[in-house]
Ligand binder design. Structure first.
Ligand code: HAM
Length: 423
């Protein structure tokens, strides 16, 4: 029969890798909780209008990358391409602003974008994201970046650089946009097709075009920081002061305009030198108007998302201890297997990981399997042991083995693993 393959741009995370993902997720949760964040679990399916209104109709994501379908009742549904819009929708829908003076939320889960797959770019990818609602102060911007810095350091991620910028607010951005249009007006025919369209719709996006040609032309373009209004400039300067106070190193990248329309003021990315074209490991920014635009009360907000796959490829997986199976029970014959079944059942109740091979087989083949599973101990039960009322316990590291009465074996293993677990 023909094999069915996974679809392009969508990958399996096999158990060895999943173990590392779990380690990274646990670390994120631990650190985010320290900063007062709570987890929010948002749906994968949303009304497509949510993303049109938040990310923006003329962005790459909305124009060409969303997975859309008509539900059976005709409603337009999207597989979420990102988490921010969903968290904002949930924040507004459930009146979270009434229950707490401010909200710090994080989420972990899959996102879907029909991009051209390449290294570091998938059609289903995972994000660890966080959003804070209710603070206008640049101190929260710096606290968030400091949290990310701490998180990357805790995973010993090297070579990641924080880049920050400010793209202003609805008061000062129109003048910047106009200055960009003036600058590019006589260079239009030299820009790529995408940028020619961007010129009309959102000239800021020309600044982060990946085409080397457009990049070179944009070299002399007006700089966003020169156009900030007093309030935006003060915000940006205070952010930098706070980053210095927190000991977080950063560089200013005035081309960092981001590809989603909802941003105001602070934008940032953590970029990795080792990732090639898809070099942003994490990205985000402030979006002070979005809650109101989606029907909520005026609420300043800021957030980020980390690309899990990109973080993973910067992470040294060998630093995660392989979880060993504690005990493999090798049983020889039907009677011994019945005993094995009872023993592992008791071990599971004591929280000791234990497996057995229900298909039996020779001692040699079972020992080989125990090795494959990296078991710390093997219990051997054959007819001889059954008649003597004992099991052989073999330490797979130092190969020492001894006979222990069957009635005592669970207690004995409990003793061993209790001392293992104690700090
Ligand atoms: P984004 O820049 O679209 O922002 O995505 C954030 C991160 O997700 C990227 O830096 C990258 O690491 C990862 N990522 C994006 N697309 C892909 C892909 N196709 N394959 C693999 N990884 C990918 C957002 O999504 C915003 N929601 C961030 C945010 C949160 N802004 C405010 N709050």
């Amino acid at each position: 029969m023909a094999q069915i393959q996974g679809i392009k741009g969508v990958k399996d995370v096999l158990p060895d890798e999943a173990r590392v993902w779990q380690h990274i997720r646990n670390k994120a949760r631990e650190i985010f909780h320290t900063f007062g964040y709570s987890e929010i679990i948002i749906p994968v399916l949303e009304s497509s209008e949510l993303f049109l209104r938040s990310i923006g109709e003329t962005t790459d994501i909305v124009e060409k990358e969303m997975y859309l379908f008509d539900d059976r009742d005709g409603k337009k549904i999207a597989l979420r391409p990102e988490g921010t819009a969903s968290v904002v929708r949930s924040f507004v829908e459930h009146n979270l602003s009434h229950s707490l003076p401010f909200s710090k939320l994080y989420y972990i889960g899959p996102m879907f974008r029909r991009e051209r797959p390449q290294a570091g770019r998938y059609r289903q990818f995972y994000q660890i994201g966080a959003e804070v609602f209710g603070f206008a102060s640049p101190q929260i911007d710096a606290e968030m970046l400091s949290m990310l810095d701490l998180f990357f350091n805790s995973l010993n991620i090297k070579g990641v650089e924080l880049q920050v910028n400010s793209i202003g607010c609805p008061i000062c951005r129109p003048a910047f946009r106009e200055a960009l249009r003036n600058f590019f007006s006589d260079k239009l025919s030299n820009l790529c097709d995408n940028c020619q369209r961007r010129y009309e719709l959102n000239p800021l996006r020309i600044l982060d075009c990946k085409s080397p040609h457009c990049h070179a032309i944009a070299e002399g373009a007006p700089k966003t920081l020169d156009y900030l209004c007093d309030d935006c400039l003060k915000h940006f300067n205070t952010l930098q002061d706070c980053l210095k106070l927190a000991g977080v190193s950063y560089n200013i990248n005035q081309r960092l305009v981001r590809g989603l329309d909802y941003y105001t003021r602070t934008t940032f990315e953590f970029v990795s030198g080792s990732l090639g074209a898809q070099n942003a490991v994490a990205a985000g920014g402030r979006y002070d108007s979005l809650v109101e635009e989606l029907g909520g009360p005026p609420t300043p907000a800021i957030g980020f998302s980390i690309g899990f796959e990109r973080l993973f490829s910067n992470f040294d997986s060998s630093s995660v201890a392989v979880k060993l199976i504690n005990v493999f029970v090798a049983a020889l014959g039907d009677k011994a297997q019945e005993k094995a079944f009872q023993i592992i059942n008791q071990l599971h109740k004591k929280g000791i990981s234990a497996i057995t091979d229900y298909d039996g087989g020779s001692l040699k083949s079972q020992m080989r399997k125990a090795d494959k599973f990296d078991s710390e101990f093997v219990l051997i039960i054959g007819d001889d042991e059954l008649s003597k009322g004992v099991v052989i316990i073999r330490n797979m590291k130092n190969k020492a083995q001894e006979e222990v009465p069957i009635t005592m074996i669970v207690e004995k293993l409990e003793g061993i693993f209790k001392t293992h677990d104690s700090p």
